[in-house]
Design a protein around this ligand. Sequence first.
Ligand SMILES: *[C@@H]1O[C@H](CO)[C@@H](O)[C@H](O)[C@H]1NC(C)=O
Ligand SMILES: *[C@@H]1O[C@H](CO)[C@@H](O)[C@H](O)[C@H]1NC(C)=O
Length: 510
Amino acid sequence: MAEKRENVVMFPFMAQGHIIPFLALALLIEKTRNYKITFVNTPLNIKKLRSSLPSDSCVQLLEIPFNSSEHGLPPNTENCDVVPYHLVVRLLEASASLRPVFKQLVEDIIRQQDGQRPLCIIGDIFFGWMAGVAEEVGLFHAVLSGAGGFGLACYYSIWLNLPHKQVKKDGGDHFLLPDFQEASKIELTQLPLTMSVADGRDSWSIFHHKYLPEWTKSGGILFNTVEEFDDIGLVYFKRKLSKPVWAVGPILLSTENRIRASMGGATPEYCKAWLDSKPEKSVLFVSFGSMNTISPSQMMELAKALELSGRHFIWVVRPPIGFDINSEFKANEWLPEGFEERMRESEKGLLVNKWAPQQEILSHKSTSVFLSHCGWNSVLESLSHGVPLLGWAMAAEQFFNVKLLVEQVGVCVEVARGKTCEVKHEEVAAKIKLLMSDSEKGKEMRRKACEVREMIESAMKDDDEGGFKGFSVKAMDEFFHAAGTMRFQTHTPNQLNGTNQPRVQRVDDF
Ligand SMILES: *[C@@H]1O[C@H](CO)[C@@H](O)[C@H](O)[C@H]1NC(C)=O
Ligand SMILES: *[C@@H]1O[C@H](CO)[C@@H](O)[C@H](O)[C@H]1NC(C)=O
């Protein structure tokens, strides 16, 4: 095949929760299709990615110039991980200023490929401006959402409509979404802080009002989700944007690639050995994701709840709110007196600093339930292994993920909301026991979680010989088919002739 390989350009927002699904998709495309991937990000993120790419990967990492100091951010802060919470919106605004530089970069890619145009650009949900760039350059563009359909639909609708503004004024405590009634009642306590205080004049509202509507210029949205249990939100976007949506998930990073992408924490071998020593389905896994921690009083109550429940647990601990998240964990200060020793000696609980091999733990037969912030990656990982959840949302669309899992899917019990709510250890312990015991509710949740695992397995099945393709695999085929056929329609007439005229190419996969 003398023809050059098709090129896919990908650019996620600079946050782990966004980079991870993009990277997972890049590695999957590379493995299953003969496409070249150009993965764009800012210099420090590219540096980190370089050491986290598998050695046999040919994904091309491309730096887009960025200097955080020039955007009112502390020096060398290019990722949500290291940006103070109140400055996250400034990182968003700074990313939008990359528009002209990104356009230049895409034009350079085309020039370097002797005028051969990339098959498509896959951009972030926060990069609504990118659809316009693609249009100007004459390329097919799609948004990739690392969030689920339902969670993102609530997020999108609330930001654009701000329905809670009036409800708050009227002293109410819940509301419906004007263009997404299927979501049913949302309570004010289910809003993340930035959303809760939004009045239309704040920086978050201004940013989202400017860029979320731009999705209509895009060719469609890819979702890291499974249509069978997350279709309400997907239907919302089809209706709202009149664009195709492709549910291609779950696309997950292997533990191996995740370890390279993070640092420190417990080794998979250590966790596995600990889990091996425990009875089947007897361990609760507790983790709030890579960006979150809870308040000192919540931490104290959670520790008491774990002890009171009497169950085995692995708990990924980080310093509580108000302390340097990167500082050493002080068990004797932040946990009940003697807690760590008691857990160690009785071998009831394993405290792990900062990071644990989540997939390894969730796939282990000793693991029974996951107490999680319900970030979408964590939800997918848990359900892929048939593990039901105890939901404790922290930020962003996580509250809506919990709502979906509790009300629609039936695989989750909510234990708390947010980083400031009051938590009572007796109540948390009761919910832990409920889900981990042989109660009807516990059994029902575990059965449902196994059903969802089967849906996931079926969606991802790609049986060449039997000819069976799962929904997610088919959706991926459809996406690339759309990219292959629609890109020429996106060109304006004067781009279709002249020296840059794209050769009509075979789309090999179909
Ligand atoms: C970033 O910008 C600041 C302020 O303009 C400058 O002092 C610094 O040298 C720049 N850093 C890099 C790496 O270019
Ligand atoms: C390209 O197309 C435009 C519009 O159809 C036409 O006016 C122009 O002459 C064409 N240019 C070339 C180089 O063929």
